[in-house]
Design a protein around this ligand. Sequence first.
Ligand code: ZN
Length: 134
Amino acid sequence: MKVKHIDHIGIAVKSLDKAGKFYTEALGLKVHDVETVTEQKVRVAFIPITDSEVELLESTQEDGPVAKFIAAKGEGIQHLAFRVENIEEALAELKAKGVRLIDEKPRMGAGGARIAFIHPKETNGVLVEICQRD
Ligand code: ZN
């Protein structure tokens, strides 16, 4: 599998508007877009930096994965995403290597990416996503 670079870092926040201020006002970065991903029960603010981005994640519902993350651990880094050239190949290779996956098949993520999560038990507690953008 070819891992190209860190695609994004997902940060769970209570409020996109409040959290975004650090990135825009203190760091001088720009929020490129805000998108609601209904399936993930989340609103996402994209803050690009070179070929990676920070994604601020705000839950839209109390039972969403981001709301549960914040309830358990507080606001903070929720996942790390690596961009791969071919997500089907990457998933097949990980499976063949015995790596436990949350998603055996890619699903749609924010920004039109196809994404899949690896089980955090395999990654020292870090929720790792692989994603492909065409
Ligand atoms: Zn992500």
